[in-house]
Design a protein around this ligand. Structure first.
Ligand code: DX5
Ligand code: ZN
Length: 222
């Protein structure tokens, strides 16, 4: 399995959105965090900004919705052309119905789990998703430290996906850097969100390359 590197633009210079996207052009996908100040104690942006990232057409867009009532709001993100739309299971009323609607609208679908949410209750519905997002920080802010106690959950998720023989990715988000990416990859993650590690690096493109090569050896093993 090839690793996917998804820089999070949460803390980039939003006044120069296109320039910032150009900086990360060598990544696989742009991770765009939507926060509503209800599901998480922070507010970022909504559909119009995400739509302009999609329309800039520099990279495909992975929308991470940290919002209440994704059943109501998530379909709009698929409609504007996001490549993948990830919603939190803690906020969704009908995750399977929503996943099917997002697929019908043409996007890939991710299911996100906060650190205290276990994967076990969702093992039987893994087949409805393209990606499981194991949060490795409490969602809401960039620049936090990777919660190492999430490693067993990544492992359990990879094991469940393997047992069911499904083509489901595992994304990790929060505190992913050159210091932590290998342990996440070794545990079974293949899709890596990195915000500060990329945007605070001296050279974003070479940091992306480095993260990709650190992950690759482990990803090829699963
Ligand atoms: C946090 C967001 C992340 C955040 C990651 O709730 O979901 O995508 O931007 O930032 P870093 O990589 O700095 O932890
Ligand atoms: Zn995110």
């Amino acid at each position: 399995m090839e690793p996917t590197i998804s820089p999070s633009i949460l803390n980039c210079d939003i006044g120069d959105l296109r320039g910032q996207l150009e900086l990360i052009r060598s990544a696989d996908i742009a991770h765009v965090d939507v926060m509503d100040n209800h599901f998480v104690p922070n507010l970022s942006w909504g559909l119009p900004v995400v739509e302009s990232v999609v329309n800039s057409a520099v990279l495909p867009v992975d929308a991470h919705l940290m919002i209440e009532d994704p059943d109501r709001w998530a379909p709009g993100y698929a409609e504007v052309g996001c490549h993948s739309v990830t919603f939190h299971v803690e906020a969704a009323t009908a995750p399977v119905r929503l996943a099917r609607e997002l697929h019908r609208l043409g996007s890939k679908v991710g299911l996100a789990l906060r650190p205290a949410t276990d994967i076990t209750p969702f093992v039987d519905i893994l087949c409805e998703f393209d990606m499981i997002l194991v949060m490795t920080v409490e969602p809401g802010f960039g620049g936090q430290s990777f919660i190492e106690s999430m490693i067993p959950k990544i492992r359990r998720t990879r094991e469940a996906i393997r047992t069911a023989d499904l083509p489901v990715s595992i994304q990790v988000d929060g505190g992913v850097s050159r210091a932590t990416i290998e342990m996440a990859a070794e545990a079974g993650a293949d899709n890596f969100v990195a915000g500060s590690a990329v945007f605070k690096a001296e050279d974003a493109a070479s940091e992306i390359d480095l993260l990709r090569s650190l992950a690759a050896a482990h990803c090829h093993a699963h």
